[in-house]
Structures are given as structure tokens and as C-alpha cells.
Design a protein around this ligand. Sequence first.
Ligand code: N01
Length: 492
Amino acid sequence: MKNNPPANFHEVIIIGAGFSGLCAAIRLQKENRNDFIILERAAELGGTWRDNTYPGCGCDVPSRLYSLSAEPNPNWSRAFSKQPEILAYMHACAKNNDLYQKIDFNTEVSALKFDEEKGIWHVKTNTGETLSCRFVLSATGPLNHITIPDFEGLDTFQGDYFHSSQWPENFNIKGRRVAVIGTGASAIQIVPNIVDTVKQLVLFQRTPAWIMPKRDKEIPTFFKTMYRRFPFLEKMVRSLSYYFYEIRGNGFWGNTLINSVAQKIALRYLRKSVSDPELREKLRPNYAIGCKRVLPSDDYYPALQQPHVSLITTSIDKIATDGILTKDGQLYKVDTIVFATGFRASGDLIDYPVSGRNDLKLKEEWGHTGIETLRGIAVSGFPHLLFLLGPNTGLGHNSVLLMIEAQMNYVIDYIRQYEQTGAKYLNVKQTAQALYNQKIQEELRGTIWASGCKSWYLDKHGKNTTLWPGSVTRYRKETKEVQLEEFDQIPS
Ligand code: N01
């Protein structure tokens, strides 16, 4: 700090105590940069893994990969862990690194304002406090704005309804007549996990998903013991999974052979799993595999074939007091509606006002271009506001935790290089940001995600603002070091 630091000053403020926030904190501590705090709006850490508690909630990326490399866990109970175990793992990471004392819970950021004179940020919170910091790490994740379609009549519905990520605690679904709207990653986990409890299940599908066998299984005690005794074995399995998923990723960004093999496997799985030709036809996607998220499941197809389950593909017209009315005039009487209708991941990443240099407003800036940053991390006009899991850093093929770790390499190098320059602050050159995004968008045009389907990867203009168009290995390489020539150095 060049001048005297204001009261309530921290070198770094991390917003959010989900995986990104925890990963950032662990890494900062490892680098001996301990002057940071985490602001968390909820009363508990965990982000999406705290919020999503629906029946069967779990990860569709293997736990061995969906964990922090600084915090290996030889004790994962399954190949693909369930939400309670992932949340427990996150708590263990916080405990092992003494992070609870660094988290201000129930503290929601309400505004960010850059102070050009001092080169610092002022962070306003709902507690009425204003904190200041040199660097803001926005670690709020892309999946926290829920989508509930604006169906006519929803306000008149006499039963219970909720979004999949807001499953009411202790909700008793036993014996209910339940509608699930949506057939994405959340729905295909919910359906098999409530099917044996409910009286009737009506699943509303707008677009079928490509489903692959998951082959989830418990990890035998012998393996866990071996991983505990010989940590290199755990690392080796993690590396093998990593490279398997990296190779598979080629199918998403243009390798037609990998895609046609994947498509054949998925179609054969559909054929073998679903005996009724009419149901099979409804479940057969008519777009390229990978264009929407490919969903692994061992129990979704069997659940759909139970006698009290119906798959409805006619569009929903409106919600009645006692059920759901489809466009063909049919009323499906239900007492519970689960909106497994996803999230607004391609919209604004931040919903509070952010003003940068020259009083630029982030919402307005992104209103012109769509959400854009340099390398998914830094934004021109908003110096030292750094995103974790920012625009175009999501993945269709591998664990996003690897992307967060790569981003933290960049952040640490950014802080180090900034300190060496002696500048008041660094600001991304507009030209560098524009060039970077132009290149990313060109690459995305050649990927499977641009093959014509409608997905949450695309914003309302059809621009892919969520996914990284290449391998994690490449992203790691490109974020290993900050290219200082991409920044203006603003002198003190
Ligand atoms: O949401 P989605 P999700 N009328 O957007 C349908 C992550 N996640 O919560 O395909 C009728 O995938 C919509 O239909 P369509 C993961 O990244 C991860 O399931 O647009 N239907 C679709 O079927 C995932 O991708 C895990 O035609 C409507 C569904 O709702 C992301 O979260 C687990 C509709 C929404 O599917 C989101 O998954 C769970 C309407 N008006 C989730 N509007 C892991 O394992 C929407 N739909 C890591």
C-alpha cells in the first residue's frame, strides 16, 4: 500500500465461499499472502454444493478429478460422489486450512467501486460496512441465478412448487403426484431418486439429452487404504482420468471420429436400456452429441420405464390450479412441481452495481459486448477485479476445478508482476481484451456447441459466453504467466 491503508483494508477480498473461493484462499495462504478475507452471503460455505440438496444430487465428473489438487482425498466413497460427501469435503478443506476464521458469513456484497486515486476497491456490504482492498476476486460461480419459466397460471397453483436448487429441507415427497419440468443434469439425477417414493411422476421434456452410461460404483476399502498409504497411486489415477477426459474433449472442439463413436455408444445404450420403441423415439436426441451437456446416468432410463412414470413431450401451455395443462389440451393433475429448469449462466455474472475507472459500469459495458474478459479473469476498465470461473472458462469435458486452479496461477502471477512494476494499478488494454475474445469466438464457431442446438452455454444473442473452446492443458499453459504487454501500467 503506497498511502496509509484505510480502515477495513485487506490486500485481497474474495467474494463467495464455494469451490472457487476456497481454492483461492488455500492458494493465497500457500503463497504466504495472508491478508485476505472471504465474504459469503449465506450462513455456510459450499456454494452450489450447499444450495443443491435435491434427492440424488451428485457430481457427474469423477471425484478423483472433481477435488482440489492441494487437498487430495483418498477416502472418496464412490467414483462419482454425492452432494453430502462433496460438501463435507469442502468443509474439510476449510478446516485443514483454518479458513473459517477468514470467512465473514451472512455478508452479501451490494456494490463495488474502484477508487482511481488510490488504486483500490471499496466493497459495500449488506451489513452497512464498507471494506477496501487492492484486489477483488469474484468467486461467485456461474450457477447461482435460477430460472423458473414464466408459465401463465403458476401463481394459482394450489400445490407445492420449487426450483431443483431450492429443494425444501425435509420435504416429504412420499405418495405425491409430482411433475418434474426439464431433463437436464439436475432432472436426470432427481427422477431416479424420487421415483420409488412418489405415487405418480410426470416428466416434461422439451429436448431429450444425450445420456451415457455412468458406471458409478463404490470404491472398495482396499483401494482407499492403498491411496492413503501410497498417495502417488491416488495422483496417478487422477492423472489417468485427466488425460482420458482431455482426449475425449477433442470431440467437442471438432474431432468428428470421437463424436461419432460417442454418439454410437449413447444410441446403443438407449437401444439396450429402453424396450418400448415409442418411448425410445421420444428419448432420441436430434442434435449432435455434445452440443448440450452430455449426461452420464445408470438409473435414468430404468426409472422412466416404471408404470407410474410418464414422459410428456407436448409443450406446456399453462399451469392450472391442480396441475399442468399442455398445448393439446391435456391436464396432468399433480400436487408438486419441481422446476429442474436450470440457471441463467450466460447472463450477468454479478447482479450488484460495479463501477470501475472513469465511472464505467460493468453492466453497461457487458451490455454492449456480452460478458467478456481477458482470459476469463481480468476486465478492461475494472482494474484488479479478477474473476474465477469467469466468462468462457466453463468446460463440457473435464473438471472445472482444474480451471479454477489455473486461474489462481494467473492471479498469483498477476499480483507478483503488479508489485514488481511499482504501478498504482494495472488495467487490461481494451485492444488485448477485444483480440482475445475475437479469437475465442472464432474458435467456438468450429465446435460442437455451435452446431445448432439451443443451450444455456449461449447468451440471448446466441454468443457462447460460458465455455472454453479447448483443452484444460492449453488453458493452463495460457494462464501460467501474465503477459504484461496486455496491460496498461497506471503510474502512482
Ligand atoms: O439445468 P439445464 P440443470 N419449458 O439448463 C428445460 C450443472 N449441474 O439444472 O433443453 C420446458 O441443463 C430445458 O429444456 P431445453 C451442470 O453444469 C452439474 O439440469 O432447454 N422445459 C432443460 O431440459 C448443468 O449443465 C451437476 O429444451 C424447460 C432443463 O429445463 C447445469 O448445472 C449436476 C423450460 C434445464 O436443464 C444446469 O443443469 C447438476 C420451459 N420453459 C447440475 N425451460 C454435476 O454433476 C427450461 N426447460 C456437476
